[in-house]
Design a protein around this ligand. Structure first.
Ligand SMILES: [Zn+2]
Length: 414
């Protein structure tokens, strides 16, 4: 590697969210390798301001966490195979904790703060994967659906986190657990796929662990189920999200609520993370997530309309949902109705509406899986292939139309 490759010092001012006088406590260091990347997680008790840098001879990344104190002793995590050799953490000076990642074959990395719990996440990717993914994108856009054997279903909230609460006291955590389990039953019995739940009872699972379960099981799809809420009592309808940067205020409000942060903080964090997010979204199989969201949204709406009136289709949208960050498979978050709306809360409190929702979502997942024919990139299309691919192209156009029902697209999506 060339000396000239030394990365410039990049300063990421993620936040200065008050309480600056007290040092931030660095509580834990963990690292885990997945198929395509290694994730290093540094747990803290507040948002951390940090700088990052890459050095050569030996190749290493380091992160200086400002105004921090290391709660434990300095330590080092050896990494057997893969991208990193070792991860080290130590108190560098009175106010700085330094984390060093000794590199074996790193191509690119992203560092960002997440919350609940507060943690600095560093995702590192190796050379081989980066080369392979760009090669694949050049030739063919593969849905890769034949490989879907496992689906992770993530009923939101749980335990001491009730999620949104309806005017008559119905709790989101109970509603989404019912829908999630019913959905799992349908998928397992009709499709023969293995279903894994992030939770199948009333317990709380931290947001980051939810996608980690899906990654470690090499799941084909990740489906997070939530119920919506709004201060406007008349807000109603169903909508489906995938991960991406957005400037749509309504979508940001939904994400802020699900992330348990204020709207103001959500807006700031989005601004700070814009570039990182766009790339994360790409790695998140973004195009596939969008297709999955579109398929689920329309099936859910159509299925509900069979038995119920006044079903509002709020469309497919995107925003920064913590629970989707880091998923290595197509992943979506469904808002199955507004628990804050009197009529929808009443519907959600009965079994038949919840079962109908599960049926609709399952049908959307099925039609997504059924679109197994690879979509050939138009650039590579020969005259001979044009006829064969025409139905896929038509399907594509139809999907794009469905998507236009969502928030106005700004040209910043992937
Ligand atoms: Zn929720």
């Amino acid at each position: 590697m060339k000396k000239a490759f030394i990365a410039p010092l990049i300063v990421l001012l993620l936040a200065s969210y008050g309480d600056a006088a007290r040092l931030v406590s660095v509580k834990d260091l963990q690292a885990r390798s997945y198929k395509n990347h290694t994730r290093v997680v540094i747990e803290t008790d507040r948002v951390v301001e940090f700088i990052q840098n890459r050095l050569v001879d030996p190749d290493r990344l380091y992160f200086d966490l400002k105004n921090c104190t290391l709660r434990k002793k300095a330590s080092s995590l050896p990494m057997e195979n893969g991208i990193l050799k070792k991860v080290r953490i130590a108190q560098f000076d009175k106010n700085t904790v330094r984390v060093v990642l000794d590199v074996r074959k790193l191509e690119t990395f992203y560092a960002f703060m997440l919350e609940r719990p507060y943690r600095l996440v560093i995702d590192v990717y190796d050379r081989k994967d980066a080369a392979q993914s760009s090669k694949k994108e050049e030739k063919i856009i593969e849905p890769g659906l034949d490989g879907i054997k496992t689906i992770v279903i993530d009923p939101g909230h749980g335990g001491d986190d009730p999620g949104a609460i309806g005017p008559n006291g119905l709790q989101e955590k109970d509603v989404v657990l019912h829908v999630g389990k019913k959905l799992g039953d349908i998928l397992a019995s009709k499709n023969g796929v293995e279903v894994i739940y992030t939770r199948d009872k009333d317990i709380f699972i931290p947001l980051n662990e939810r996608t980690e379960i899906a990654n470690s099981k090499k799941a084909g799809l990740f489906i997070s189920v939530h119920a919506n809420a709004s201060p406007r009592g008349d807000a109603r309808g169903v909508e489906t999200y995938f991960l991406n940067w957005t400037n749509d205020a309504e979508a940001m409000k939904v994400a802020a609520r699900e992330n348990k942060i204020s709207f103001k903080k959500m807006r700031k964090m989005q601004g700070d993370l814009q570039l990182i997010l766009q790339d994360l979204a790409r790695k998140n199989k973004n195009e596939e997530s969008m297709k999955l969201a579109s398929s689920v949204q329309s099936a859910m709406v159509n299925t509900l309309k069979e038995d119920y009136g006044r079903i509002e289709d709020l469309g497919v949208k995107y925003a920064l949902f913590y629970v989707l960050v880091g998923a290595e498979m197509p992943s979506i978050l469904i808002e199955i109705s507004f628990i804050s709306n009197h009529e929808e809360e009443k519907r959600l409190s009965g079994e038949s509406y919840k079962d109908k929702l599960a049926e609709g979502i399952a049908s959307g997942i099925n039609s997504y899986i059924a679109q197994a024919t690879p979509v050939i990139s138009p650039v590579k299309l020969s005259e001979k292939d044009k006829d064969k691919s025409a139905p896929s192209q038509r399907k594509r156009i139809k999907r794009e139309r469905t998507l236009n029902k969502g928030p106005k697209r700004t040209g910043d999506s992937i």
